[in-house]
Design a protein around this ligand. Structure first.
Ligand code: 5GP
Length: 246
């Protein structure tokens, strides 16, 4: 990747709206899913560092104990099974799933607030969760599936990252057997061979999706103001001639 490309922060520079009174963008929901060992978590962490206008949706999980580098309230809300059941019963979860015997779910409250402020939300969730979010609001959802460049590379990443026991790795490999097919249901697929290249692709997707017309609020009003102001620049006789023709 050339230095020129790596310096081009497509997600920050070119894709946000200029400040114009009354013109706003509704936030989008960027869901990223992947089998184990693809580099998805690294990509998501880099995106959060590189782009100020996207926030991570912090999931609740019954997975216990947290991994050594994980912090309650930052990576996950680590909750008991009883607390998770209560959240579910009280309608506090936007979506939920069971993975590797543990429950995971997205707290509903922050999502609507963040979207309405025009800030995007990043969901690191599985395919079951993405389907539930699509049912909640398809228009706001942008889904990305990350694949490894090869099975050998995927295995190497799993072993480097987790330093887990062999049986753990074997279980994750078995789970991955069912994961690849989900790629067909996503809006975009990134094959993560080179992290810098993959990040450029992810930011490009986010940048283009931000510019979609249906996310703009106040566009009708803005075009009306443009029309009125343009009209005021036209000489009365020229305007009258134009209006006669219509
Ligand atoms: P891990 O335990 O390795 O952090 O996550 C295991 C799997 O659960 C990953 O595929 C991850 O994307 C998924 N996951 C994490 N949080 C959620 C969530 O809130 N909802 C859903 N549906 N999946 C989640």
């Amino acid at each position: 990747m050339s230095p020129k490309n790596s310096e081009f922060h497509v997600g920050n520079i070119a894709t946000e709206l200029p400040h114009i009174e009354g013109l706003k963008r509704r936030g989008l929901m960027l869901a990223v899913s992947a089998p184990s060992g693809t580099g998805k978590t690294t990509m998501c962490q880099l995106l959060l560092q590189q782009d100020d206008n996207i926030q991570l949706s912090i999931s609740a999980t019954t997975r216990h104990p947290p991994r050594p580098n994980e912090v309650h309230g930052v990576d996950y809300y680590f909750v008991t099974s009883d607390e998770f059941k209560r959240m579910l019963a009280d309608g506090e979860l936007l979506e939920h799933t069971k993975v590797h015997g543990n429950y995971y779910g997205t707290p509903r409250g922050p999502v609507e607030d963040i979207l309405a402020k025009g800030i995007d939300i990043l969901f690191e969730i599985d395919a079951v969760g993405v389907n539930q979010i699509a049912a909640f609001s398809r228009a706001d959802l942008v889904s990305v599936f990350v694949l490894p460049p090869s099975a050998a590379e995927m295995e190497a990443r799993m072993r480097n990252r987790t330093k887990e026991e062999e049986s753990f790795i074997q279980h994750r490999l078995v789970d991955n057997l069912d994961q690849f097919q989900h790629s067909h249901n996503y809006d975009y697929v990134i094959i993560n061979k080179d992290i810098e290249d993959s990040m450029f692709k992810l930011r490009t997707i986010l940048g283009a999706e931000r510019m979609k017309r249906h996310r703009l609020r106040g566009l009708d009003n803005f075009t009306k103001i443009m029309r009125d102001e343009t009209e005021s620049l036209i000489a009365p006789d020229v305007l009258a001639e134009r209006n006669n023709k219509h």
